[in-house]
Design a protein around this ligand. Structure first.
Ligand SMILES: *Cc1c(COP(=O)(O)O)cnc(C)c1O
Length: 382
């Protein structure tokens, strides 16, 4: 099956009892047993639930994996991966990770004796140089938030595994989705999603996912999933499964609209810089072109007026773009990293990463792009 068919049919079968074409919401905590210990494949919904199972099979199919796991949030999915490690083990991660992941690593796991090294992953040699005997996991995010930097997944995997084949490589594929890039095909061991974003696609749920292609790894992760218990509920699983059925259509439009918006901003006299991997001026454009099928729906830019007031004026004056955290829904959103997602990062580090007063991040929705550009134009000239 090709990708667009997989989003709709991958890992799916009609429900057995009635033939229901749409996967029912099995809103149940438990399942009747015919004899003690004898069941029909399901015993308790923390361990497994048919609606969640259908979603997990779909996730595995679209990421070219063999096993999917759905969690209560994206962070719960990352937490599950970290729980495979032991105190003293080292993790190498990008130096501009999603804020919540950085917080989990440094504020939760660090105190249990886990070690973290943060490096600039635009250059794969930074990763290889950071590997020590204690390194167990490399955690990649690409494209990154909010500057859309790109890491070369295949190169990082190849050089890291040449040094130590037992190192696991995990990729947070939230921004790209499997429509744009499939990390397991590039040699990664684990793919992770905040399904809250593009997988769900409608800003109506919080959910996380992992996909792997190794049965032993799947078994270990499934054990942690039900032993720790942060599973996705049946209703949310239904919504995510429904979201996946239009993932290819949405990602195509998100990418198309973003390309138009990025070029528009690039030409605009009130804008000093645009960050979009699809622009030839983007510093990782070549890797992006090689690694991704298209460039996705996230665009960041800097206003020429570097004052925080100018940013606030812009953010107050849009009519279609909504000021809100999150991304990846059908509607266009915008955020101000310095006062929102990155507010807790010390100023010096923030500036080093390029997160300035006038940096604005857009999650481009699937509306008519002419309306989006008109909205940006009137807010930019207010
Ligand atoms: C939102 C997000 C997360 C966290 O996911 P939640 O569903 O909010 O727990 C992790 N990584 C990236 C890149 C994200 O955008």
């Amino acid at each position: 099956m090709k990708f667009n068919t997989k989003t709709i049919h991958g890992g799916q079968k009609h429900e057995e009892a009635t033939g229901s074409v749409s996967t029912p919401i099995f809103q149940t905590s438990t399942f009747a047993q015919t004899q003690p210990g004898i069941n029909r494949g399901y015993e308790y919904s923390r361990i497994s639930n048919p609606t969640r199972k259908a979603l997990e099979n779909s996730l595995a199919a679209i990421e070219n994996g063999t096993h999917g796991l759905a969690f209560a949030s994206g962070l719960a999915a990352i937490d599950c991966v970290l729980r495979m490690l032991n105190p003293g083990d080292e993790v190498i991660a990008g130096n501009d990770l999603y804020g919540g992941t950085y917080r989990m690593f440094t504020k939760l796991f660090q105190k249990y004796g886990f070690k973290f090294r943060f490096v600039d992953m635009q250059d794969a040699t930074n990763v290889t140089n950071a590997i020590s005997d204690a390194t167990k996991l490399i955690w990649i995010e690409t494209p990154t938030n909010p500057l859309l930097k790109i890491a070369d997944i295949e190169k990082i995997v190849t050089t890291a595994k040449a040094k130590n084949p037992n190192i696991l490589v995990g990729v947070d594929n939230t921004f790209a989705t499997p429509y744009l890039q499939r990390p397991l095909d590039l040699g990664a061991d684990i793919v992770m999603h905040s399904a809250t974003k593009y997988i769900g696609g409608h800003s109506d749920l919080i959910m996380g996912a992992l996909v792997v292609k190794d049965a032993q790894l799947a078994k270990e992760l499934h054990f942690i999933q039900y032993a720790a218990g942060a599973v996705a509920g049946p209703m949310d699983s239904f919504l995510a499964l429904r979201g996946i059925k239009t993932l290819h259509l949405r990602m195509q439009r998100h990418s198309e609209n973003s390309k138009a918006v990025a070029s528009f901003l690039n030409e605009h006299p009130k804008v000093s810089a645009v960050f979009y991997p699809g622009l030839e001026s983007h510093s990782n454009h070549e890797i992006a072109k090689k690694q991704m099928n298209d460039f996705g729906g996230m665009v960041s830019f800097r206003l020429k007026d570097a004052s925080i007031e100018a940013a606030h004026t812009f953010l107050k004056n849009t009519k279609i773009f909504t000021l809100a955290e999150s991304l990846g829904g059908v509607e266009s959103l915008m955020s101000h990293p310095i006062t929102m997602s990155h507010a807790s990062i010390p100023e010096e580090e923030r500036l080093e990463l390029g997160i300035t007063n006038s940096l604005i991040r857009l999650s481009i929705g699937v509306e008519d792009v002419e309306d989006l550009m008109k909205d940006l134009e009137q807010a930019l000239t207010k």
